[in-house]
Design a protein around this ligand. Structure first.
Ligand SMILES: C[S@@+](CC[C@H](N)C(=O)[O-])C[C@H]1O[C@@H](n2cnc3c(N)ncnc32)[C@H](O)[C@@H]1O
Length: 417
């Protein structure tokens, strides 16, 4: 590498980290100094050798492998890596001297972890795909990180049997928590995992306490899916040009019927609430999911391409994943925010039979969340065998290996459940 390229790389890297710090601040988060220092040190371009230098320092994932249209491996987006490392380091009060297992290898995150744990810690990275582990091994060697252990295996099963880790950080989208992830943690150890509940993925930092895990933080995120024994695919169905519903494996929806509903006139309802600064609206989406799944036929997630939104076919709250319902011949979803001239308001749009009532019902749940003080969700993960009576309060989601409980604790006096 020439001196010019090295200087270019350093400048681009520092610019990227400056943008990450600003992005964190805009979200009300702090980029931890230890994470910041690691990101200013590791040359990301050495993990994306087939791409132009500039691309390595954009704040996006760099896809390294696809199966058809589906991305199956990538070097993750820097902002997401920074947020997840921050979650891990906050939960463990720093990573120095920690023993870490990373699930999903690209090399880049493993080298950042190597910087963070220092000489007295250790990093093992595992990937199910030998092409990925070969690539990660070569990139780590080129970058001089020869002390990362790279393993090729399905991480559904224990890695390095008998070892316990202070931190397991999963960098693929999971649908469930296999027992091995909990059992390989020290007691008090932390699992950071992008986990899908109700079709929406959040990166949860979960602390182990005996045979349960309890969340200490969460962030909105998206990831390539877990493969192998724990694979649980999402599906997309078309309901209009550039408009899709994201369904969980096994979920059945009549796409033609929803497409017909969408052509019917739109009704709307508004919550008429005033949102506190920096309200985390992705928390509202999980609140809506836990409430609406109890009362509608289908809770689904709406996604839309920019062109479909511009054409006015739908106006969702977030193009990459908006809570939506199908019930009694009506399709409803959380709308984009509405600027009243004084404040942003929350609302719902609905199409079909009794659409106004469906929009009103969704908006009522939004009001209750705001009245409760916009509480964040908390996640508890218990073994599948846990009897109902031993579960904490909240909405229970049964998965194959675990019983998940999502709970919201009202933070204001007006809070009602
Ligand atoms: C987003 S990439 C990992 C990014 C990486 N951590 C980085 O440094 O940027 C996700 C990886 O998870 C891997 N993966 C998916 N399912 C897995 C499993 N069951 N066990 C181990 N690795 C898995 C995929 O092969 C893919 O390479």
């Amino acid at each position: 590498m020439s001196v010019g390229t090295t200087m270019g790389s350093e400048r681009l890297r520092n610019d990227m980290v400056d943008r990450l710090a600003a992005d964190h601040a805009a979200k009300g988060l702090t980029l931890r100094p230890d994470v910041e220092a690691a990101m200013r040190t590791v040359p990301r371009e050495l993990y994306t050798p087939d791409k132009p230098l500039e691309e390595a320092y954009q704040n996006t994932a760099v896809v390294t492998k696809r199966h058809g249209e589906q991305s199956v491996s990538s070097v993750s987006a820097p902002f997401l890596i920074a947020e997840m490392l921050g979650q891990a380091a906050d939960a463990l009060e720093g990573l120095e001297g920690r023993h870490v297992l990373e699930i999903g290898s690209g090399g880049y995150n493993a080298s950042l972890l190597r910087e963070l744990v220092g000489p007295s810690g250790s990093v093992t990275t595992v990937d199910i795909d030998p092409e990925v582990t070969d690539r990660a091994t070569a990139c780590l060697a080129a970058a001089g990180y020869n002390d990362v252990t790279v393993v090729c295996a399905d991480a559904e099963q224990p890695i390095e049997p008998g070892r316990r880790y202070d931190l397991i950080i999963v960098t693929a989208g999971a649908w469930d928590i296999p027992p091995a992830w909990r059992d390989q943690l020290t007691d008090g150890g932390v699992l950071v995992v992008p986990l899908r509940t109700h079709g929406m993925t959040r990166s949860w930092a979960l602390r182990r306490s005996g045979d349960r895990l309890d969340s200490v933080s969460h962030r909105q995120c998206g990831f390539v899916p877990v493969q192998g024994a724990g694979a649980h695919q999402m599906r997309y169905i078309d309901i209009a040009d550039g408009v899709h519903l994201r369904l969980d494996e096994g979920q059945q929806v009549d796409s033609t019927a929803v497409a017909d509903l969408l052509t019917q006139p739109r009704q709307e309802a508004w919550a008429e609430v005033s949102l506190p600064p920096r309200t985390v609206l992705s928390d509202l989406d999980l609140w809506l999911a836990t409430r609406l799944t109890r009362e509608v036929e289908q809770f689904v997630v709406l996604t839309a391409q920019e062109a479909a939104i511009k054409a006015g076919i739908v106006a969702p709250s977030w193009q990459f994943g908006t809570p939506a319902t199908i019930h009694d011949g009506t399709f409803a979803y959380r709308s984009e925010l509405f600027w009243t001239g004084r404040m942003f308001d929350l609302g719902a749009y609905a199409h079909g039979f009794e659409a106004a009532a469906a929009a009103g019902r969704m908006v009522e749940h939004m009001r209750k969340w705001v009245d409760a003080g916009c509480p964040p969700p908390v996640l508890h993960v218990l073994p599948a065998r846990t009897p109902d009576g031993d579960l904490p309060d909240g909405t229970v989601l049964d998965k194959r290996h675990s019983r998940l409980v999502l709970a919201f604790t009202p933070t204001s006096e007006k809070g009602i459940h």
